[in-house]
Design a protein around this ligand. Sequence first.
Ligand SMILES: *Cc1c(COP(=O)(O)O)cnc(C)c1O
Length: 417
Amino acid sequence: MGDYELICLDDGSVVEERYTLSCGTPGHSGLLRTRYASKTLDVKPHGGVFKFHDWLPVRSVIPTESAPVAFRSEGLSKELGLRNLTVAFTGYYPERGAKVKSCTFKEMEALPTYARLADCGGGTIVVASAGNTARAFAQIASETGNRCVIVVPRSAEDRISVTEDNGNAKLLAVDGDYFDAIRTADRIVALGGYVSEGGARNVARRDGMGTVMLEGALSMGRVPDRYFQAVGSGTGGISAWEASMRLIGDGRYGDRLPKLHLAQNAPFTPMAKAWNAGRRTISDEDLGDPARDIPQVYADVLTNRKPPYSMAGGVFDAMTACGGSFLEVTNDEARSAEKLWMSIENARPDPAASVALASLMKSVEDGSVSADEHILLNMTGGGLDRAREELSMVTVRPSARISPDIAEDELRGVLDA
Ligand SMILES: *Cc1c(COP(=O)(O)O)cnc(C)c1O
């Protein structure tokens, strides 16, 4: 492949790149990781996130302005009593130079994913979600020649908005719940020509998310002492660890990994519970009662039931390598963090970003962070209300409403229409 290789984290072997999501060796469940030929970070003159082309698993480049920004917020630093706080923001906040139209760091995953897939021969991405992931993949499809199929339950069919609804993102609404949407997405992938985006197993998603750490380190001139992020799958935590290892390998950004401070939104906090109990596997006790607890959390993007926690290279390994803490944040704590942010900055945070800020506030209050430490706060999303208005975003209309039991030839017909 030339510029990078895929390494199996179970045995270190090199795996062939065909948009490969797992090594395929029986008994191996670990993640693959990219090993880049370039050991130093040379920022390229490409637009948006592709300036980090050296450390993205892509050859092609998609024209975009979309990238994380990093800045020092005088107001927030003062309020928290932190002298070296850097905020990374991925969303729509033009005054700070942030022009991510789908308004979350999921767009940093979508862009390299489309490029990687094109490099590997192409295909149409299928996403079963009505949340930030779906919006990111739909937005980039609407801006570029790429295509995707988004499968949602009917109850969520009006949740995907883009700057231009030109048919590149096809929305299928399934009569049923999320489980039916996921099952339908799997059936579409099985038809051939359609590709699952791959979640945490997709190195393009992880290295795309890792650009937040890269941008932060460029801005700070070093790897931070501590990294704060709210997590549902924890993929962003894994990505921050991997990006930090690459930065350390570069030699110009220090030689110590950042402590990871990951946060979940109570009452649904399975990874926080498992980590704090010292468990590599999430137990039933850690999961609690998802049907009862998930509807109660403020930041519903943080409610992943099957996060990549246990496998080689997963969240447990990231936390073990970096150290840090796994906090539980209540809805009230998240809302008061949001209030504080809104009194200082001019882009409403995604609820998940408010959870991250709340976790930093808690860590300052309990003394686990000191005033001089170099801290990177990942505000993973924000500005959606402004983007919808200022960019006149439109809601993607479903191209079909289908039964989860739709026959295969009919399903093909709907997709080809
Ligand atoms: C998905 C998401 C997260 C959580 O990301 P992980 O995959 O758990 O790292 C946090 N914030 C926002 C805005 C998100 O969309």
